[in-house]
Each structure stands twice: as structure tokens, then as C-alpha cells.
Design a protein around this ligand. Structure first.
Ligand code: FAD
Length: 250
């Protein structure tokens, strides 16, 4: 795959440990992406080996499949992390090599009656990318739940975008699940506890529901097991785990 060149355009804090970084994309081929896909950013390890880290594209796509000349990613800092070290010191105008887009964590062409889009942390970004397509599906009668897990309200990344859609469609539900600290003024759908404890309250319909799980690998595994126990067929539980690749050895 021909590498892309990303030129950093800006970085803004989403909270104390997460930033939104925007890049201009230069690509020899048209950079066509489906909402939900990710990029691999290329880095060099201390031992000189090339390595990569993956980041979901966080922009709200104009259409489900879009030609992009800019991308945004949300990066959660990991103390001592290789990409964290590099990206946190990056200045506007600096360049980085990347490849992509990759991934199949996208809305399937088949329509489902109910969609459960479940995330923790930056795992919510693929759903932000999908917002326009979600709206089209809401207009043809599908119901959506975005179930967002965080320790406290500062972890509810891009909340305003989901709340805005909820204010327009009564069959779009944004459900913040706060595991450590509730809000002083809770939202109507706020749930105390992990996403799993919210989902135990639901019955699932194996014929008409589909679930997407993205973010912390422990959440993805625990929720996958829960949904399976509740009768969801495995092919209808889509998963994207945010893990780092093992370091390459000489
Ligand atoms: C498909 C895919 C999409 C991804 N999308 C995103 C995204 O949109 N935003 C995002 O922030 N990340 C995303 N990730 C994770 C990202 O690729 C990196 O793994 C992450 O940013 C850490 O990279 P690092 O180089 O800073 O830390 P590393 O050098 O990889 O890790 C340093 C140490 O911290 C541990 N560690 C790594 N991640 C975590 C963590 N989250 N919590 C605690 N310890 C950790 C490692 O095991 C290692 O011991 C995605 C991963 C995948 C596979």
C-alpha cells in the first residue's frame, strides 16, 4: 500500500489525557474511506525498527464512503507509550507517514431494526465518523443506541455531537455509562456503572439487532460474552479492540 503523508494542522484537548489531532492528507491515490475505518501511523522504535500504531478516523464523514483530504484522530495518551511520546511533541506543519484506510468496523449494507454502538474512551470515534449514515438509517426507521462508557463525564468524548442527534430523533439514544463518578446534573439517559451493567437491562432480538463494540479490550471481551449469553449471534457482534502491536525484535 502506498504510504500517505500526513501534515499536522492542529491539536486540541478533549480532556486531560485525550487530544483531537487534525492532519492534511497527501496521497498519490484518491483517499477514499468508509466511516469506521482506521489509519496506521508509522514510527521508528529505539532499536531502529519501523513500527506502527492504529487510530480510527474521528471526522464526521460527509457520506458513509467519502473522499477525504483531512482527517482527525482522537488519541488517548498512554504514559511511556511510543506513539504518545511522538505525537504529544508534534508541532503544526510536521509530517508523518501513514498507511490506510484499513478495517471492516463499518455499518453493513443490510439494515437492522436496532443498532447498539458500544464504546469506551476513544472507541467512540468510529461512531462519530458514522453520524451522517446513522441519520440516514434513522430516517428509514432504524433505532440506534450509542452506549458510551467512561469513568466520569470528562471521558464522554464528542458528547455534543451525539446529544445533537438525540435532540432530533426520539429513536436515537445516547447513553453515558459512568463507572466512577456521576454528574452533578445527570443527563436523562445517564447510567451509573459499566456499559455491561446497562446492557444487562436489555433483551436482544437475534433476528433484528446488531451490536458494535469498540475500545478497551476488557470491555470488548466482557460485553461480547454478555451479548452472546443474551442470545446475540456471534456474526452480529462486531468488534474492534484498541491494542498495541507487540514490539518487533531483531
Ligand atoms: C484498530 C485499532 C484502532 C485504534 N484506534 C485508536 C484510537 O482511535 N485512539 C487511541 O487513542 N488509540 C487507538 N488504538 C490504540 C493505539 O493504536 C495505540 O495502541 C495506543 O495509542 C498506545 O500507543 P503508544 O505507542 O502510545 O503506547 P505503547 O508504546 O503501544 O504502549 C506502552 C505501554 O502501555 C501499554 N498500553 C497500551 N495501550 C494502553 C492503554 N490504552 N491503556 C493502558 N496501557 C496501555 C502497552 O501494553 C505498553 O506496555 C487503536 C488500536 C487499534 C488496533
Amino acid at each position: 500500500m502506498t504510504p500517505l503523508t500526513l501534515t499536522m494542522q492542529g491539536m486540541e484537548n478533549l480532556n486531560d489525557s485525550t487530544v483531537n489531532i487534525s492532519f492534511k492528507v497527501d496521497s498519490e491515490q484518491p483517499f477514499v474511506v468508509i466511516a469506521g475505518q482506521f489509519l496506521r501511523l508509522h514510527f521508528t522504535q529505539d532499536d531502529g525498527f519501523e513500527t506502527f500504531r492504529s487510530y480510527s478516523i474521528a471526522n464526521i464523514f460527509p457520506e458513509e464512503k467519502s473522499l477525504l483530504d483531512e482527517v482527525a484522530i482522537a488519541v488517548s495518551w498512554v504514559p511511556g507509550g511510543l506513539a504518545t511520546e511522538y505525537l504529544s511533541n508534534m508541532q503544526v506543519g510536521e509530517q508523518l507517514e501513514a498507511t490506510g484506510p484499513y478495517g471492516r468496523f463499518c455499518l453493513l449494507p443490510d439494515r437492522h431494526e436496532r443498532y447498539f454502538l458500544i464504546a469506551t474512551g476513544t472507541g467512540v470515534t468510529p461512531y462519530r465518523a458514522m453520524l451522517k449514515e446513522i441519520e440516514l438509517r434513522l430516517q428509514t426507521g432504524s433505532e440506534f443506541y450509542v452506549v458510551m462508557g467512561a469513568q466520569d463525564e470528562t471521558g464522554l468524548l464528542y458528547e455534543a455531537d451525539f446529544v445533537a442527534l438525540e435532540s432530533q430523533y426520539d429513536h436515537f439514544h445516547y447513553v453515558p455509562c459512568l463507572s466512577r463518578k456521576t454528574r452533578i446534573q445527570p443527563g436523562v439517559n445517564d447510567h451509573n456503572g459499566y456499559v455491561q451493567s446497562y446492557l444487562t437491562q436489555h433483551d436482544f432480538d437475534a433476528e433484528n439487532d446488531i451490536a458494535y463494540l469498540c475500545g478497551n479490550p476488557n470491555m470488548v471481551d466482557a460485553t461480547f460474552n454478555l451479548l452472546k449469553e443474551k442470545g446475540m449471534p456471534v456474526p452480529l457482534i462486531k468488534r474492534e479492540k484498541y491494542i498495541s502491536p507487540a514490539p518487533r525484535k531483531k
